[in-house]
Ligand binder design. Structure first.
Ligand SMILES: Cc1cc2nc3c(=O)[nH]c(=O)nc-3n(C[C@H](O)[C@H](O)[C@H](O)COP(=O)(O)O)c2cc1C
Length: 191
């Protein structure tokens, strides 16, 4: 079964991006994938510092996050846009997971994987600028990012009081993104 890991680049309680990625994850599940949704709030890791890595190795939470990536065939990632780019939280997690330990292959967390990417903002552009740089980052690490992507503007108007995405058009678009990510991951892993 195709394995998908879904997470956002926000550890904020009530994060819009976490809500959005959870809806894309539902689409992936409906498409038949084995989907794990995680929150980076549960994988707190220090800011990457090479001297500290040399002295102490990879922190436990960073290694655990990397192992989730390694185990997945594909990712669903929703990122906030911070000053036109990805938040340090997301880049830091991606950086730690790029570090090799033991007998892992180089960039084992990323190479040969597929990703569906999305962004959400209460602003009018929906964080569309972060998608450009996030796509480039993932592709450079060896992850194939599917052509479809979604920037959700005025996301705060599309949720119910529990913080779940309920706007029907947005729900359908996010589920479709989740399903397309599964479909490509399946094709890539086909014999
Ligand atoms: C440092 C910082 C920079 C931001 N820059 C942008 C930006 O460039 N574009 C944008 O649409 N929103 C920007 N925002 C607003 C975020 O979109 C907003 O905080 C959003 O809710 C973050 O996503 P989350 O709800 O998933 O945490 C910025 C917020 C912060 C804290």
């Amino acid at each position: 079964m195709t394995k998908i890991l879904a997470f956002s680049g926000s550890a904020r309680k009530q994060s819009f991006n976490q809500a959005v990625v959870e809806m894309a994850a539902e689409g992936a599940r409906e498409a038949g994938a084995d989907v794990t949704v995680v929150n980076l709030a549960d994988y707190a890791m220090p800011m990457y510092h090479q001297d500290e890595e040399t002295e102490f190795g990879i922190p436990e939470k960073a290694q655990a996050f990397k192992e989730l990536l390694i185990a997945a065939d594909g990712f669903l990632i929703a990122s906030p846009e911070y000053n036109s780019s990805y938040p340090a939280l997301l880049k830091n997690a991606i950086d730690w997971a790029s570090r090799k330990t033991n007998d892992e292959a180089v960039l084992a967390a990323y190479r040969g994987k597929v990703a569906g990417i999305m962004a959400a903002s209460s602003g009018g552009l929906g964080g569309m600028r972060v998608l450009v740089v996030l796509r480039m980052l993932l592709e450079n690490l060896g992850t194939l990012v599917i052509p479809n992507q979604k920037a959700i503007a005025k996301v705060n108007t599309l949720l119910d009081s529990s913080g779940r995405v309920v706007d029907e058009k947005t729900v359908q678009q996010l589920k479709a993104l989740g399903a397309e990510t599964v479909e490509l991951a399946r094709k890539i892993n086909a014999d």
